[in-house]
Design a protein around this ligand. Sequence first.
Ligand code: SF4
Ligand code: SF4
Length: 205
Amino acid sequence: MKWPKLRELKEALTSLVKGPYTHPFPARPTPIPDNLRGKPEYDPEHCVGCGACAEVCPARAIEVSEAVHSDGRRVRRLVLHWDVCIFCGECERCCTTGQGIRLSSKYELSGFSRAEMVESVEKEIIACELCGRGIAPRDHLRWIQRRLGPLAWSNVTLTLFSHQELGLRAAPPRDERPLNRSDIQRLLCPACRRSVTLLDEWGPL
Ligand code: SF4
Ligand code: SF4
């Protein structure tokens, strides 16, 4: 007959008096430490849809795409796959607004399919009035305006955007005509802004 090792015997006797070392999960929830890095969650109120969190994510867990809804609204969609996430906290640390995404204390993340292990946020995008491509999310432009204060008026895009927000300007209909100098007074993506500026400076090439 083998005698139990003294170390195990001591542990068995201690647990008889003090109770088991392990937590009685799932009968009772496990106590959560204050600094636990659990499931990342977007806060749609504070996220501006800039996409910086996707840029810094080392696991490439955040997907950024654009979509057009049936009512014509163009949106940027950020989808965070928490089955890929490594809970490093970089997205929270580098968030542009500082409050757009938080690592919550949720740690029970099992599921039946990968498709349900996602966290997402959607932001309406302002489209270029010439090519139709997205310029930036509306909330991101508003956030930049607030940060810049009066300096925002030195930027053509932000000035035109402000006029539109105040109801002082309506987006002109898109047409297929060639560029002309007056297009400088339109809401443009960086590529179209560059083309119109070159046209204004150098004339037709
Ligand atoms: S505001 Fe923060 S959470 Fe939202 S897209 Fe930008 S970096 Fe990500
Ligand atoms: S916690 Fe880390 S891995 Fe997870 S989404 Fe944020 S940056 Fe990516």
